[in-house]
Design a protein around this ligand. Structure first.
Ligand code: C5P
Length: 342
């Protein structure tokens, strides 16, 4: 396993940006039909949650990636590195970046871990390379990396339509959830390949959830969870039904699978209740988290270092070195300021 001890050495006055990149769950995922381009038409409510990967972007003459995980590739197939390559080409940048990726979100688990890392790289490099691309232009490039990636440039909650990439922000109150992830990986393409017309629905559930989210009522959110992909995945992995049953037995108000699985999540009455539920889930092979939904951005700047100086996010914003990615419509939430690594 590669550790963060392998952090590349900084040279001279190059700049460094430390970011966090949050996971998501799909509170509702409906498949409306098959499209002519081979993708599926979706209506989904995506919600960012406070389980995050950490990234450090170091300005460098070339491109490089170090990952603290032996289950995801550190080579050119890694979505974070592909994001850097795509932006460098599209913006005709000569310089590069060394990415250090601290994976905390389980991989190929339905939580958008790879997509949020890619979004963080686009967001971070837009600043590190001083590109000043507007959010819409970044989102267009993000779609080329994966249909979930544009969501992570915004965060909060959003209704996703078309292939999931056409987003409408949904005002949402905070809800506490318990995530349960088995030691199984699920390929999104393979799951969509098992979808049949019997799994199609009309999008009403997603619209209903978007309305309910405003109310902050956990019981109503719990009663309206739905994932049309479950019918395609559950027969392959009996563990999914077991995790859902265990969450309900432990007190969850409602349960569903996230994305193309296999992670499932349960809705709790409060964060304290979520912690109690998590403590009652005893199977050693499951990884469990009590989390809160995030109303603000999924990607957050933790620190910026320039010319050997460390600036917190607020300080940098006052100096005019940070631009909100989507104008003022998605204001950054307060961030924890930590000293960068040296
Ligand atoms: O967008 P992303 O690259 O993550 O999607 C992975 C695969 O999932 C696609 O290649 C496609 O097979 C399938 N997919 C789909 N319909 C969607 C999104 C993804 O069929 N709306």
């Amino acid at each position: 396993m590669l550790g963060l001890a392998a952090l590349p050495k900084r040279s001279g006055s190059r700049r460094r940006l430390a970011l966090s990149a949050a996971a998501k769950v799909n509170l509702v995922l409906e498949i409306l039909g098959k499209r002519a381009d081979g993708y599926h038409e979706l209506a989904t409510v995506m919600q960012a949650v406070d389980l995050s990967d950490r990234l450090i972007l170091d300005e460098a003459p070339d491109l490089g990636l170090v990952v603290n995980s032996d289950v995801i590739p550190g080579d050119a197939t890694n979505l974070a590195l592909r994001a850097a390559v795509a932006l460098r080409e599209a913006a005709r940048v000569n310089g590069g970046v060394h990415i250090t990726l601290d994976k905390r979100i389980p991989v190929a688990a339905g939580l958008g871990g790879g997509s949020t890392d890619a979004a963080a790289v686009l967001f971070g490099l837009n600043r590190l390379w001083r590109l000043r691309w507007p959010g819409a232009r970044l989102a267009e490039l993000a779609t080329k990396l994966g249909m979930d990636v544009p969501f992570f440039l915004r965060g909060g909650a959003a209704l996703g339509t078309a292939r999931g990439e056409v987003l409408k922000p949904v005002p949402a109150g905070a809800v506490a959830l318990v995530l349960v992830s088995p030691p199984i990986e699920s390929s999104t393409a393979a799951v969509y390949g098992r979808v049949t017309p019997s799994m199609y629905t009309d999008g009403a559930r997603a619209r209903t959830m978007a309305g309910i989210l405003r109310t902050r009522q956990a019981a109503r959110v719990a009663a309206s969870l739905y994932n049309g992909l479950e019918a395609a995945v559950a027969p392959l992995h009996p563990e999914i039904a077991r995790m859902k049953a265990a969450l309900l037995a432990a007190g969850a108000l409602g349960v569903a699978m996230s994305g193309s699985g296999p992670t499932v999540f349960g809705v709790a009455r409060s964060f304290e209740h979520a912690r109690q539920i998590r403590a009652r889930l005893t199977r050693a092979s499951w990884r469990c988290w009590a989390v809160r939904t995030l109303g603000g951005p999924a990607v957050r700047v933790r620190t910026i270092e320039s010319m050997g100086r460390t600036m917190g996010r607020g300080q940098a914003a006052r100096r005019g070195t940070l631009d909100p990615v989507f104008g003022g419509s998605n204001p950054p939430a307060p961030t924890t300021i930590r000293r960068g690594r040296r």
